[in-house]
Design a protein. Structure first.
Length: 231
């Protein structure tokens, strides 16, 4: 059974600072992802890979097509769903991991990582314990757990962000360059966790520029250049 399906998805941006000029970016984006499968989006920078992830997560709204999320017998079309329904899908079904952490002032790294579980009604003690275990997997020193990540280095913030994004066991997981700038040990941690999620049945869409990492996690590669609007 397909967990995520994109059909004839198109996206055009309106350049408001350039007199409302329309910039067509994507056209006819069509692919699907099954539970336990990782689809890697490939193509040069600017081809629209990150835009596709943002369309799936509804950070961008598409101009045409369907984005179907299936889980537990329900089907939601992200392309046309109201905002309240999209928020529910994000909380239950969709995980989205980017390279960048939105650092929250005065909130500890441990609480930031645990927050998605707490928001899903996991008891705080359990959420905190699982967050601590994930921080250990990403080699974040325990002395940093009680500190706000706004003061951390860029690499440390990235590991906090990965720990937060990969901790919830979402049925669908979107990964935008999760291993960029990581050292070998932390790249290996990402690969191991992604493989675990696949074994648990997660459907994953990933953007990975490192050929070795892509080969380690991807089952199928989709070349985004075939969906370029000018093609």
């Amino acid at each position: 059974m397909v967990a995520l399906e994109l059909s004839a998805v198109a996206k055009t941006f309106i350049m408001h600072l350039q007199g409302g000029q329309r910039l067509a970016v994507l056209h006819g984006v069509t692919f699907s992802v099954e539970p336990g499968q990782c689809v890697a989006l490939t193509g040069p920078s600017g081809a629209g890979k990150s835009s596709i992830l943002k369309l799936i997560y509804a950070n961008y709204r598409c101009d045409a097509g369907q984005i179907l999320v299936r889980n537990d017998g329900t089907v939601v079309d992200i392309a046309s769903a109201p905002a309240r329904q999209i928020l529910g899908v994000r909380q239950r079904e969709l995980g989205y991991v980017t390279q960048f952490l939105r650092a929250v002032p005065r909130v500890s790294a441990l609480d930031i990582v645990a927050e998605p579980l707490v928001m899903n009604s996991v008891p705080r003690e359990t959420a905190t314990a699982r967050a601590a275990a994930m921080l250990q997997r990403f080699n974040v020193p325990e002395r940093l757990w009680s500190l706000p990540p706004a003061t951390f280095s860029g690499g440390e913030q990235q590991r906090i962000n990965l720990a937060r994004g990969l901790l919830p066991e979402h049925p669908i997981l979107l990964l935008d360059e999760p291993t960029a700038s990581l050292d070998a040990d932390n790249c290996a941690a990402v690969i191991e966790i992604v493989r675990e999620r696949k074994r648990q049945g997660a459907a994953i869409v990933a953007i990975v520029h490192d050929d070795d990492v892509r080969e380690a996690i991807a089952d199928i590669c989709v070349d985004v250049t075939e969906f370029a609007a000018a093609a």
